[in-house]
Ligand binder design. Structure first.
Ligand code: FES
Length: 380
């Protein structure tokens, strides 16, 4: 069925109180020189079996959205929350992140498809053309705008479709809960050590001796071969990892380091800057970096303190380490002080030594948390 509201209908007095939204809409169309070039009543015909079938389909999709969103919240709360349980390959915990993604995808698919089917099958289709006008709107125009919105609300037909209204409410509420769950969860769950889990994933890396039966952890290449001082030429650098099982995998994604062999004069500059740094005892009561170098070698965390990208573009002439993500630069000879870009914290230094067999080892874990700032991270 096609007709053209707003054209060929008698003018109405807008000050009258008993106008329907449709009449107000049509008056507005006339005033605004809107021409509806195509209008098609919703298919199927209201009240028919076909309409009820589509209603059930839309309701099912909105229900799916609500169920997916609520499942997301449930998995987020009751899934394997403790990071210690994320050990890859250990079994059931592997599904945690995929399950979160699947539930959220289900919720977004349900809400998106529900709105799409509703719009395609239950709303009138029209094409309208209007010239644009300048200037502010009059009172009448504003009344027309309100009436138009009211008319659209009536045309949507949500009020007379309680099943869709209820399931849409469920879907919307569930998605709202899912969106709120993560920030609220971060406020509730304390990620720091408990009697049950004495480890602190925020403050330790794969170089913590507890991953090596309490012994110092070797620095290794990606293929797990250990590194000797003579493997890195003067002025050169090498990416290294903790020499523990899984140390070069994503399981210890926060542990990559940059081993740098400084030239004599640069190493001397760094040593004196470290002394000055530790003199600044008021703002840095603990000096996490003293005694961290081994001869002219120094090791910094590779995880940028801005947003966690790998900072590994080493410019040996200027002793700057560049992070390619947002161009932060760290001065290696000044305790990796940020000298350009958005990073505001130094790169943490790993204390190193050489073991009896001549391979580099970490004397212990980093003195401060690696990576970007978070609210409990000490200032450095
Ligand atoms: S992550 Fe390194 S500069 Fe932004």
């Amino acid at each position: 069925m096609s007709h053209e509201p707003g054209h060929g209908t008698p003018a109405v007095d807008l000050s009258a109180d008993n106008l329907t939204n449709r009449q107000i809409l049509e008056a507005g169309l006339r005033r605004d020189d809107i021409e509806i070039v195509h209008y098609e009543s919703p298919f199927p015909v209201p009240g028919t079996k076909a309409e009820r079938r589509i209603e059930r389909l839309v309701a099912f999709l909105f229900f799916l959205a609500g169920a997916g969103a609520i499942a997301f919240v449930a998995v987020y709360i009751w899934g394997p929350f403790n990071p210690d349980e994320y050990t890859f390959g250990s079994g059931g915990e592997d599904w945690y992140t995929p399950a979160l993604g699947f539930c959220l995808a289900l919720a977004l698919f349900g809400i998106g498809m529900g709105v799409l089917v509703y719009g395609r099958k239950l709303l009138p289709h029209e094409i309208a053309i209007q010239d644009r006008h300048d200037g502010a709107s009059s009172d009448d125009d504003r009344k027309i705008a309100a009436g138009t919105l009211g008319f659209i609300g009536e045309e949507l037909g949500i009020q007379r479709r309680p099943l869709i209204k209820a399931t849409l409410g469920l879907g919307g509420l569930g998605l709202g809960l899912a969106a709120a769950a993560v920030p609220i969860g971060m406020m509730i769950k304390d990620p720091h050590p408990t009697a049950e889990h004495p480890e602190d994933p925020y403050f330790e890396t794969g170089f913590n001796p507890r991953f090596n039966d309490g012994k110092p952890v070797r620095l290794v290449r990606e293929d797990y071969t250990p590194i000797r001082p003579e493997d890195v030429s003067i002025g050169g650098q090498m990416t290294a990892f903790p020499g523990i099982p899984g140390g070069t995998t994503n399981e210890f994604a926060d542990s990559p380091i940059l081993l740098i062999h400084l030239r004599d004069n640069d190493a001397q500059t760094l040593r004196s800057n470290l002394k000055n740094y530790s003199k600044n005892a008021l703002t840095n009561p603990s000096d996490p970096n003293s005694g961290s170098m081994w001869n002219n070698f120094v090791v910094y965390s590779k995880i940028c303190t801005h947003a966690g990208c790998p900072a590994s573009l080493y410019e040996q002439q200027t002793n700057r380490l560049l992070c390619p993500c947002h161009q932060s630069q760290f001065l290696i000879t000044d305790n990796a002080r940020p000298i350009f870009g958005p990073a505001t914290r130094r790169l943490p230094m790993l204390p190193i030594d050489v073991d009896g067999e001549g391979y580099f080892v970490a004397k212990g874990d980093f003195g401060v948390a690696i990576g970007p700032a978070f609210w409990e991270r000490p200032t450095q």
